[in-house]
Design a binder for this molecule. Structure first.
Ligand code: ZN
Length: 433
């Protein structure tokens, strides 16, 4: 068994389910390895159990530091629903099994191996190489990346951050996999909508029932179709995919966003949630609360919307737009959480190097910059102006991506070993050793 596979198996055996996290157990494991190798590190623990670790191989300072970022915590896993122990770390039939294999202890070990590799070679990089394993990504980073950047910004100055956010996906294109390198993430805008009205007896409808008014407004909102908007990163994404999707031909020829919108609408591709979310500010109704008696008209109704914003779309503009679509001035809209969309450049900087190496590792794949629908820790670094990219050199079927936060998560031994090699090559290229 290779060292990377063995370490991953042990790492997956440590339960760091968030909540509660207990990332200190993961930090202990990583620290033992770093101690053995003589690599200096620092740990942070803003709350008992919520630990993060920063290890460094000091460089010559010719370039600003490179941070290899990964999170220690994992999403919950119910053993009763799994066909193997989510925290067993079993290596069997060519796979390493366990919660976090893909998201993202597997990548954490690949990054760690690249650091160990550099240290063992005894080479001095032209920049500090930082391995950063953080707590609390799965719950928003308040005790992880967000906290670290707020409380120890001096430790996290960097010229480049590499993080989770893209796989090499089979099954999207008919003829070859797509290697996604995420350069942007949608913004988050969670809203609480409240409508009040006079209470009353259910037998005497008075026409201003808060619950009815709110559901009618939501129905108006949902009935309208959101327009398709082509942002620059999505324009580039489809330009690249057009090499395999011949129906995009007219768009490749004229490069006009309207052409892309027409083709996508007519092809029925918008029926795929993964496609429409690339082109729309989306709204999901996630919570409704009102009333507790069958014969009483409630005086208050509340709904929550999970709104995700395309790059460039400001939360306040989206809220104003939603207010209009709801068509009821009596509804109060309160933002619960707002994070603007973030992005890094894909037509310059280190992106071409990342893309070239990805192409070398997966010669048959089509490499494309991508937009992520969710939010990762990359956003905290992008807010500081640090270019951050999500990439994971793991070849996976589109259907298997559901193992992330889903059941029976596992990663192939081949992916672990090739991924470790990819990160080792990447570190060589970016640190010019
Ligand atoms: Zn993750």
């Amino acid at each position: 068994m290779s060292e990377a596979v063995e370490l991953l198996s042990q790492y997956l055996g440590i339960d760091t389910t968030n909540p509660p996290g207990r990332e200190d157990r993961g930090v202990e494991f990583l620290a033992r390895i770093l101690d053995r190798e003589g690599i200096a590190y620092r740990t942070y623990e803003p709350r008992p159990g919520r630990a993060s670790l920063r290890a460094e191989i000091p460089g010559s300072g010719e370039r600003p530091p490179l941070i290899l970022l990964n999170h220690i915590d994992v999403a919950p896993a119910d053993p009763a629903e799994w066909s193997f122990d989510p925290f067993g770390g079993e290596v069997k039939d060519g796979f390493v099994h366990g919660r976090g294999a893909l998201d993202m202890k597997g990548q954490g070990i690949m990054e760690l191996m690249a650091v160990l590799n550099l240290k063992r070679q005894g080479l001095k990089p032209n920049r500090d190489l930082v391995f950063l394993a953080v707590a609390d990504e799965e719950m928003g980073g308040a005790w992880g990346a967000k906290w670290l950047l707020e409380h120890h910004p001096e430790d996290f100055k960097a010229g480049l951050v590499l993080n989770e956010g893209g796989y090499v996906v089979k099954g999207l294109l008919p003829d070859r996999p797509v290697a996604m390198i995420s350069a942007a993430e949608k913004g988050i805008c969670w809203l609480k909508l409240t409508r009040t009205g006079p209470p009353g007896h259910g037998s005497l409808p008075h026409g201003d029932n808060a619950l009815e008014k709110l559901t009618q407004a939501l129905a108006r909102l949902m009935a309208q179709d959101d327009p398709l908007t082509v942002t620059p990163i999505v324009a580039e994404y489809f330009r690249r995919l057009g090499r395999s999707w011949s129906f995009l031909g007219p768009y490749l020829e004229d490069g006009r966003p309207e052409t892309l919108v027409n083709i996508i609408s007519q092809s029925g591709l918008t029926a795929l949630p993964q496609v429409s979310a690339l082109l729309k500010n989306t709204h999901s109704l996630t919570v409704m609360k009102s009333g507790d008696k069958s014969n009483v008209i409630p005086s208050r109704a509340e709904a929550h919307l999970d709104v995700r914003l395309l790059p460039g779309r400001r939360a306040e503009d989206e809220i104003a737009h939603l207010r209009e679509r709801l068509g009821d001035q009596g509804i109060a809209i309160e933002p619960l959480a707002v994070t603007e969309s973030t992005q890094s450049i894909w037509d310059g900087g280190d992106f071409p190097t990342l893309a070239d190496l990805m192409q070398k590792a997966f010669p048959e794949a089509l490499v494309a910059p991508s937009l992520v629908f969710g939010a990762s820790d990359s956003r905290f670094f992008r807010h500081q102006g640090v270019p951050s990219y999500g990439l994971c050199p793991v070849l996976i079927d589109m259907a298997d991506v559901k193992m992330v936060h889903g059941l029976d998560e596992k990663i192939s031994v081949e992916n672990v070993e090739q991924g470790a090699q990819y990160f080792a090559d990447l570190v060589q290229a970016l640190c010019r050793t």
